[in-house]
Structures are given as C-alpha cells and as structure tokens.
Design a protein around this ligand. Structure first.
Ligand code: AMP
Length: 284
C-alpha cells in the first residue's frame, strides 16, 4: 500500500483491498475506470463523493475487453497524473491491481450477459462485453460497493451492467451519469489523445450528427430511417470519418426502432482515420 498525502490510499493487490474494505464507512461509492482520467471520469468521482462517505476508484486497463487487433498495448496510461487528480477530488482509495492478480494462470470463469451484449458495440467488438462484465463482477466482489457509477458516454455498457446486476442479484445500485463534453461537443474520452489536430477537428462530426438527430426529433420527425439517413449523410461529408454503425434503438432493450418512441437511444461508432470513437444521445 502506498500513501500519497494524508488520506488517499493506493492499493495494488486484491488481498489488501479486501482487508481495507472492512474498515470503510458505509455506504461505499465505486467508480471503475481504465485510467488516463479526464473530466468525464472526475464527474463520476464527484457524484460518488456527494452520495457516499467512502469512495473507491479503480484503475485497471482490462485486457479481456480488448480484441486481438485492438489498442490494449497502446491504450494511454499515466498513473501518476491520475493519482494526483483523484487525490484532489478527495478519493479515499485507488485500487490499481495488476493483470496477473486479476487474471492468474488458469483463470477461466466468465460472466456473460446474453442478447444485449451481442448488439452494437458487441457486434463490432466480439467478446468485448464478456470482458467488461467479467471484470466489473470481479471488482464488485472485491470492493463490495453500495453504489457504482458509470457514464452515459458508454450507454450500452451501463445497460449491460444493469442487466447483469439484476439477473445475478448483485447487491449494488448502478448509477448512470451524463456524458461530459469538450466545448465543441466532442465527448471526452481517453482515446481522444490518439487524434492529430486535424482529426480532432473532424471528430466533432459525431456530436454534430447526434445534435442533428435531436433537432429533427424536436421538430417532430419520428421516422427513425429518415433520422438515420440524415445523420449518415452528414458524417459522410467528413472525409476523415468512416461509419462503423449509426443506430436508433430502444434505450432499454436496444431493439432497432422504425419509429422514435421515447426513450430512444441514438448511438454511433465512427472511425476518424484509425481512431474509433463512440457517442450517443437519448431522445425523450
Ligand atoms: P473508461 O476509463 O473509458 O473505462 O471509463 C470509465 C468510466 O467513465 C465509464 O463508466 C465511462 O462511461 C465513464 N466515462 C468515460 N468518458 C466519459 C464522459 N465523457 N462523460 C461521462 N462519463 C464518462
């Protein structure tokens, strides 16, 4: 265990986390992250602080949620900066386990949410949600939080985790909080750091497409096909952008919709050159 300043504890093993957990004042708020923190992450920490006398933040770049050809090895990392930010927010515990501790040799038990996990991000990134639900279930077991905080930025992730908690009777309240954006609307993401200046300017097209859907819907357009087509047309005008998917779906079941019926999740994944970004809005 390392201590920086007076009160924030940095814990690097599951064993230490378990024993320290018993000393925490209830209720315990928990924010799982992969680090390289930005204001989106910090908004979750702040909300956890408001509702709970103890706040645990985990930093773990989870290998099992990355596909073989994805960016696990180059995913941005800056633990020292992360710790300084979390210390400023008054975090009680930062849990930073090693991959070897979380996934020892012969580890082979998985948590899988059917159906929901196969759509959208799950279809584009096979196995992704199996990795997410497995690591979140492990973290819930280790930390035993009262409440866990997730960002709307990863809308499907929050939906899948809520389903896992319900289906498996986990004793955790899952809270979803709004997406924090840059001043031009781009959703904050650790992966934005991959973008060159030109790509960063092009990346605003995701938010522009979502804003267009919101605007058309507020003007009375409920034909999902028309909304989708206008979004696709707008994104195609950006030369650096390649569409992975643009989806208009029920915000709970993720079933594709022909007509917008609140709550509708409008979500997209777009590659800006080689950087894959996701974003969404909820209509209604
Ligand atoms: P990550 O480190 O990308 O795994 O994200 C950790 C948590 O922060 C997840 O619950 C994300 O949904 C959330 N998050 C990431 N970006 C944002 C954002 N721009 N606004 C709000 N929450 C976010």
């Amino acid at each position: 265990m390392r201590c920086i300043e007076s009160s924030m504890k940095v814990i690097e093993t599951i064993g230490e986390m378990r024993s320290f957990r018993q000393r925490l004042t209830e209720p315990v708020g928990f924010v799982p992250t992969m680090g390289f923190l930005h204001e989106g992450h910090l908004s979750l920490v702040r909300q956890a602080k408001v509702g709970n006398p103890s706040v645990v933040v985990s930093i773990f770049v989870n290998p099992t949620q990355f596909g073989l050809r994805e960016d696990f090895s180059r995913y941005p990392r800056n633990p020292e900066r992360d710790l300084a930010l979390l210390e400023k927010e008054g975090t009680d515990i930062v849990f930073m386990p090693s991959a070897a501790d979380m996934y020892p040799d012969r580890f082979d038990s998985w948590v899988e949410v059917g159906g929901l996990s196969e759509r959208l991000e799950g279809a584009a990134r096979p196995g992704h949600f199996r990795g997410v639900t497995t690591v979140v279930a492990k973290l819930f077991n280790i930390i035993q939080p009262t409440r866990a905080y997730f960002g709307q930025k990863d809308a499907q992730q929050a939906i899948v985790i809520k389903k896992m908690v319900t289906d498996l009777n986990m004793n955790v309240e899952v809270v979803t909080l709004p997406t924090v954006r840059e001043s031009d609307g781009l959703a904050m993401s650790s992966r934005n750091t991959y973008l060159s200046l030109k790509e960063r300017q092009a990346a605003v097209v995701l938010y522009q497409a979502l804003s267009l859907a919101q605007e058309l819907w507020s003007q009375g357009e409920t034909d999902a096909g028309k909304l989708r087509r206008q979004m696709v047309d707008l994104i195609r005008r950006e030369p650096l952008a390649t569409i992975d998917y643009v989806s208009i779906a029920n915000a709970e079941t993720l079933d594709k919709l022909d007509r917008v019926q609140p709550p509708t999740l409008v979500s997209l994944a777009v590659k800006i050159d080689r950087t894959r970004l996701i974003d969404n809005v909820v209509l209604g």
